[in-house]
Write a protein that binds this ligand. Structure first.
Ligand SMILES: [Zn+2]
Ligand SMILES: [Zn+2]
Length: 372
């Protein structure tokens, strides 16, 4: 089928997104076609344009945070049918590999090449100007329809509004799981979250779910600090110096139980001051993507070892998509997870470059592209 899609032909050149006609194929035996309701815009999409995440290939169809209705199923698909509602998981999970069966599906073998590029069999489902196009994260949600593997589609109940559910494909589990799983926050803990955008705001929600006593949201943008309070932050401040002072005051100088880094681009200069804020035996979680290739940071190794701290990287909030996506949808339905408030602005696909600019300038918690 011929549909519009937002492409980048030369990743890393800051060309912006080109909205043009693409050709989307029908599903192969283990794939489904999904009519999307909405697609969130995540920093990772922009990293492809800026070159912070260098891609060795192009063109790319952007977008990896979407939800919609199944409109066509491949001949071998048994667990999804036409009319089902699905959230697209930006990491596929096979359910069979050693990590999936141990309950760590964010480390599934299929996700290792998560930037996508082509379908699992090495061929393309998307074409433009006569060449194959690689959809981001095997999804490519910057188009009104996607053809994806069943390993990337997670069924949710039909009464969850799809345009809200789209956010459960990346930003919500990534932030929420950073608190709940990666930091494993205890009741009564003191937690610091650096960067409260579309990911960090959900780390705040996760910390609240775990019963954290003090939740300190750190962000240079006043609007985001104000919003953070409605998501459960007990304190807000602008930078790491203010955060360190607050942590010291709130913990009698002992430090935070967990510090979680969820800003748009990880800053190696933040690692030491953030690590210093963690008390003995506590956890520093790095969720943000750094510019690929950044390999150096100042870090006091002696003190780190002697204070028994844990440095934990977190991909997809260390969640299991087939368990956590339906759980998050249910928490939303019960009024215990805020999704509506995450969506600051909505856009048409044609307005995607404005949406990306709004994200870069900190005007949105999440900007969302709505399809008809
Ligand atoms: Zn994302
Ligand atoms: Zn797997």
């Amino acid at each position: 089928m011929k549909i519009p899609g937002a492409l980048i032909w030369e990743p890393g050149t800051r060309s912006g997104w080109s909205v043009e006609e693409i050709e989307l194929d029908d599903p192969k035996p283990n794939e489904v076609k999904v009519k999307l309701a909405a697609s969130g815009i995540c920093h990772s999409d922009d990293h492809v344009d800026t070159g912070d995440i260098p891609l060795g290939w192009g063109p790319i169809l952007g977008g990896h945070e979407g939800a919609g209705e199944v409109v066509q199923v491949g001949s071998h698909v048994t667990d999804l049918e036409v009319g089902d509602h699905v959230v697209l998981s930006f990491l596929p999970s096979c359910g069979k590999c050693s990590m999936c069966v141990r309950g760590r599906s964010n480390m599934c073998v299929l996700g290792a090449g998560t930037l996508g590029g082509f379908a699992a069999d090495g061929t393309h489902r998307v074409h433009a100007r006569g060449v194959g196009v690689g959809p981001f994260s095997y999804l490519g949600t910057f188009a009104p329809y996607v053809t994806v593997s069943v390993d990337s589609a997670v069924k949710i109940p039909k009464d969850v509004p799809l345009e809200k559910a789209a956010l459960i494909g990346c930003g919500v589990p990534t932030g929420w799981g950073s608190s709940v799983y990666a930091a494993d926050i205890d009741l009564g803990a003191t937690v610091v979250v650096f960067g409260v955008g579309g990911v960090g705001m959900n780390a705040v929600q996760g910390a609240r779910h775990r019963g954290a006593r003090n939740i300190i949201a750190v962000d240079p943008v006043a609007f985001k600090r104000d919003e953070a309070k409605t998501f459960g932050a007990t304190h807000t401040c602008k930078n790491e110096d203010e955060a360190a002072e607050l942590v010291a005051q709130l913990t009698n100088g002992q430090g935070a139980d967990a510090v979680i880094i969820t800003m748009g681009v990880a800053d190696p200069k933040l690692m030491q001051p953030a690590g210093n804020m963690v008390h003995r035996g506590g956890t520093l979680v790095l969720t943000s993507a750094a510019k690929v290739g950044v390999q150096e940071m100042d870090f006091d190794l002696f003190t780190f070892a002697m204070s028994g701290k844990r440095l934990q990287g977190s991909l997809y909030g260390s969640t299991n998509s087939r368990y956590d996506i339906p759980l998050l949808a249910d928490l939303y339905q019960r009024g215990e997870l805020k999704l509506d408030e995450l969506i600051t602005r909505t856009y048409k696909l044609e307005g995607i470059n404005t949406a990306v600019q709004d994200m870069r300038e900190g005007r949105n918690i999440r900007g969302v592209i709505m399809f008809d």
